[in-house]
Design a protein. Structure first.
Length: 127
């Protein structure tokens, strides 16, 4: 076993609890730990978690970057789904926003409630 393991990815947010609730609903994860300004969620059976931290000076990322100096997207989550349009509708119902720019037919770019871009995607025929 490696002496190091990735345990979680942390996303800054306006409100850690609000964003954690969104991803719990979207991914079907459970809350593993929480503090006033931090929440850890993960798959019910174990595995790598996703954490959220309230950042008082939070500025939502921009994708694509529009001007020099804009807050850039530093990372994004790719979430594979079986029913792309159904999951887009479900994500929007949970509080996501469909992004105006959609670069691929088999991918939908959305923004979570704190403005982080994430992608829902499905594997297409022959992929």
């Amino acid at each position: 076993m490696s002496p190091t393991r990735l345990s979680t990815v942390v996303l800054d947010a306006r409100d850690a609890h609000e964003l954690a609730a969104f991803y719990v609903g979207l991914l079907g994860h459970v809350i593993r730990a929480e503090e006033p300004d931090w929440v850890l969620i993960g798959p019910p059976g174990g595995g790598t978690g996703l954490s959220f931290q309230t950042e008082p000076e939070y500025v939502p990322p921009m994708w694509p970057t529009r001007a020099p100096g804009d807050q850039q997207m530093m990372l994004h989550l790719d979430i594979e789904v079986d029913d792309l349009e159904g999951e887009v509708d479900r994500a929007v119902g949970l509080g996501a926003t469909l992004h105006a720019i959609q670069p691929q037919d088999d991918v939908r770019v959305l923004l979570d409630p704190s403005g982080h871009p994430f992608c829902l995607w499905r594997e297409g025929p022959g992929v």
